[in-house]
Structures are given as C-alpha cells and as structure tokens.
Design a protein around this ligand. Structure first.
Ligand code: 9MR
Length: 333
C-alpha cells in the first residue's frame, strides 16, 4: 500500500516489544477473532503490548445478552489468555449508551427495578472478573460536547446520580480494581473536560472511589494540536487522577477525502505521537496507567468502517509492517 519511495521511512524493526522500553503499560485493543486466528496479529499483540483491552467483547451487548444470562465464554478465554501470558486486562466497559442489548433498551421496570438491574449488571460482571481485570471503564461517554450530561437511557431511567452509583457499585464488587471514567474529545474540548472533572471531583468529595480518567484520544494529524493534548493530560493529572490514554489512534484523513498517502502525512502522524508519548512520560509514575492503542493494523481499525473513508491511524500498516509512527516512539516510551 505504500510506494517504494516511502519504504525508506521504515527504519526500525519490531523484533522486541514496545512495552520493554516503557516504564508504564503499553496496551492494545484486542479483537479475539484476530488474536487467535491471525498469526501476525497474535505475534504483534503478544510481543509488543503488555496490557489488553477487549475492543468489543466486554461490552454489555456481548456479556449480558439476556436479563438473567451472561455470556462469559469468550471474555473468560481472553482473561485466561492474559493470565497465562502476563498481560494486564483492562475492562471496557460497564455502563455506556451504545452496544446495549435489546432487553436493556426495552426494559420496562420501575425506577427501583431499573436500579436493581443496573446494580446487578455492574456487580455481576465486576465480581466475575475479580482478580483478573486490573481496571474498569465503569462509565463511558456520559457527557455531551457542551459539557452537559448526555441524556442516555441510564440518565433518563436512573437520574443524574447514576454515575456516582456506578462507581460505588463497582468498588463494592471489587475493591482492588482501579476504576475509570472514559470519554472522547476530552483532549480537544476544554468545556467538556472541565465538566467531567467537576463532576468526578464532587463524586470523590462525597467519598466514592474514582481512580482515573481515560482520555480516549481519537485524534488526527491536524487537530487537536499537541499543546491542547499536553494541557489535557496535565489538568487530569493535576486533579490527581491516573491518566489512561485509552483508545489512541491518529487519523491522517479526518476529512474523508481521496488521499495521496505521502510520506509527509505519516511523518506528521509520527510527530504527533512523539509529542503525546514524550509528555505522558513526564507524569509521575503513580498516575501512569498506560497508553493503549486502539487496534493493531490499519486494516482492522474501526475508523475506515465507521466513517466510510480511507484512513491509516495505527502503528502497523495492513501488511503488519511497522510504520514511521511505530518507529518514532519505539525509543521514546
Ligand atoms: O472499535 C469499536 C468498534 O469495533 C465498534 O463497532 C464500535 C461500536 O460503537 O465501538 C468501537 O470502540 C469504541 C469504544 O468502545 C468507545 N470509544 C469509541 C470507540 C470507537 O468508536
């Protein structure tokens, strides 16, 4: 997919893992179908990364398909894989407005039945993976762009306090798991970031445990600038939250135009990644939960499918060759 002229930019090998260079976990989003069946994908996942987040199979749609039935098989297989192969497992995600099973969307119980269902959902899943999941994205994407609470089904049925209660229920079910609030655009939208911090700070003041914030960081080579990203990381850390760069990818074609895949674009991608990593490295280690890349190769990224555009946002190209963005960070982590 890249012309010969560009191949000279592949100036490093990936024979040893990214995580060997880092003082904090380096993670990747995992699609188990690829992990178990695609040998290249398996090699890269196991060799390069020491923290796994399931890209989809820990979401309610997969784990909790019927009111009283959980589907553990695939998630357990991944959890066992992580134990055997010494990978940290990050749980994504307990409460989100997307990828919900039909039975939750059409649940017609009273407020107290909704509360019971919500509590059971969180506690059954967290308890099941006690000792195997290091941290959970307890609540995902609960805010709108303008900093108000998203009017999700959870908020409509349970009221604004559902976020705090989700953290309390998760903590009861596994007091050792680290608990995260996870969202997108926190690095590019200061109003949203401040609203999230204000709410989480208040919840903490009332005594509930929130260990960290996941900055998803689905960014692109034009925006946000590295200055904004640095500011976001600093603000979250200053407020005393662990920082998880939780879903990192860097689009080179955010406008969805026909693109010429020039070396310059991949260079910009590498430079932005470098700035993110260099800045993350400066955090105190107690606040470094890690950097997680949202997939392995460009051909498996969610972006081309979701936005129906050509794009190349990850560390490896579709032939599993490490890209300049990989080489740029290899020695910096
Ligand atoms: O990468 C995930 C993709 O395979 C799913 O189809 C999609 C469904 O909405 O979710 C993607 O992951 C999302 C993550 O769970 C939460 N933050 C945004 C991610 C990209 O959409």
């Amino acid at each position: 997919m890249f012309g010969c002229a560009k191949s000279r930019h592949y100036t490093c090998t990936d024979t040893d893992g990214l995580y060997h260079n880092a003082g904090y976990p380096i993670g990747v989003a995992i699609n188990p179908d690829l992990l178990y069946t695609d040998s290249q994908c398996h090699r890269i996942a196991s060799q390069q990364f020491n923290s796994f987040t399931a890209e989809n199979i820990f979401k309610p749609f997969y784990l909790h398909p019927e009111p009283n039935a959980y589907y553990w098989e695939e998630a357990d297989k991944l959890a066992d894989y992580c134990v055997t192969n010494h990978k940290r497992l990050h749980g994504h995600t307990l409460i989100w407005h997307e990828q919900l099973p039909e039975w939750i969307l059409s649940f017609s119980g009273s407020t107290s039945e909704w509360e019971q269902m919500f509590k059971n959902h969180i506690q059954t899943i967290v308890a099941h993976f006690r000792g195997k999941v290091a941290g959970w994205d307890v609540v995902n994407e609960a805010f709108d762009r303008d900093g108000t609470l998203r009017n999700s089904i959870w908020r409509r049925k349970l009221g604004d306090g559902y976020i705090e209660r989700a953290f309390r229920y998760a903590h009861e079910a596994d007091p050792n798991a680290l608990l995260f609030y996870n969202d997108f655009d926190l690095e590019s939208n200061p109003a949203k970031r401040r609203a999230v911090l204000t709410l989480l700070n208040n919840i903490r003041l009332r005594g509930a445990v929130i260990d960290g914030i996941g900055l998803q960081m689905h960014v692109n080579i034009y925006s946000p600038g590295s200055g904004e990203i640095v500011k976001a990381i600093e603000e979250v850390a200053k407020a005393g939250y662990k920082v998880h760069i939780s879903e990192l990818d860097i689009s080179i074609n955010p406008r969805g135009r026909p693109i010429d895949k020039t070396a310059a674009l991949f260079q910009l991608q590498a430079e932005l990644m470098t700035k993110i990593v260099v800045n993350y490295k400066q955090l105190p280690s107690r606040l470094q939960y890690g950097i997680t890349i949202w997939g392995i190769s460009d051909k498996d990224s969610w972006i081309p499918y979701y936005f129906n555009r050509e794009d190349f946002p990850l560390l490896y190209d579709s032939n599993y060759i490490p890209k300049p963005v990989y080489c740029a960070i290899k020695s910096l982590l």
